[in-house]
Design a protein around this ligand. Structure first.
Ligand code: HPA
Length: 248
């Protein structure tokens, strides 16, 4: 059985899955790091592959950008195909001075402007979206083993890449701070667009989820990783995710 979005049959997808947004990154991960690779879906050119990393079965499924696209693939991975450990590997915009260009950010918690929590819980509670601690602890240890600079903390998952958070002045009473500055004051490290859905869907199903990112652009300094460097920086983060995914 397949789904309208995924051509895989039951059993084609491993319990351990890496989740890049970009289909070509999924292809790159499969071809660079995995053995015995099989493409199980190319519906909409959103590729998914299963292979082995150090002898352990593992899949890599592209998700597209943003919560709605991501949620479709990840809901099906968990509820149709039985995924148990799901690791998003992506890029983020560094907001905090501690989130430097090329740093690895591990999302311990996710704050969001999306309505998805409200859609699930109504207005009753503000559910706290958190990483699975088993994956979080292992990812941090693996990053240190690989000698990588890693920051762990809260991030914001936004529905609008082109939002106005730098312009919203004065709404907090002091007439000075933008919403971005207020978020940074409260410890938000970085911005991306999918991980609220990962932590909500994995919590719902009682499976493990973690978001790992490289800072591809820094909002304070306006720096960007040059395109020729993107692949190496991305590869280092993928190694952390793969090593973490294959542990128990
Ligand atoms: N905003 C939102 N998502 C992102 C960004 C950003 O600046 N960079 C990488 N993903």
């Amino acid at each position: 059985m397949s789904t309208p979005h995924n051509a895989a049959n039951i059993g084609d997808i491993a319990e351990r899955v890496l989740l890049p947004g970009d289909p070509l990154r999924a292809k790159h991960i499969a071809e660079t790091f995995m053995e015995d690779v099989k493409l199980y879906t190319d519906i909409r050119n959103v590729y998914g592959y299963t292979g082995k990393y150090k002898g352990v079965p593992i899949s890599v499924q592209a998700t597209g950008m943003g919560i709605p696209s991501f949620s479709i693939y990840v809901h099906e991975l968990i509820n149709v195909y039985g995924a148990k450990k799901l690791l998003r590997v992506g890029t983020c915009g560094g907001m905090h001075e501690d989130a430097k260009l090329r740093d690895v950010i591990v999302a311990q918690g996710v704050t969001t402007d999306s309505s998805i929590i409200h859609q699930v819980f109504g207005g009753a509670v503000n559910y706290a979206l958190i990483a699975n601690f088993n994956l979080l602890e292992k990812a941090v240890n693996n990053a240190r083993k690989l000698n990588m600079s890693v920051e762990v903390g809260n991030i914001i998952c936004t529905d609008r890449f082109y939002n106005d958070y730098d312009d919203i002045n004065g709404v907090f009473g002091d007439g000075k701070r933008s919403l971005n500055e207020k978020l940074v004051q409260y410890g938000i490290l970085a911005v991306e667009m999918e991980t609220a859905a990962l932590y909500l869907l994995t919590a719902e199903a009682g499976v493990q989820g973690l978001g790992i990112f490289t800072v591809s652009d820094q909002l304070l300094t306006h720096e960007r990783i040059p395109s020729h460097e993107r692949e190496t920086t991305f590869n280092d983060m993928v190694k952390i995710a793969l090593e973490t995914a294959i542990e128990d």
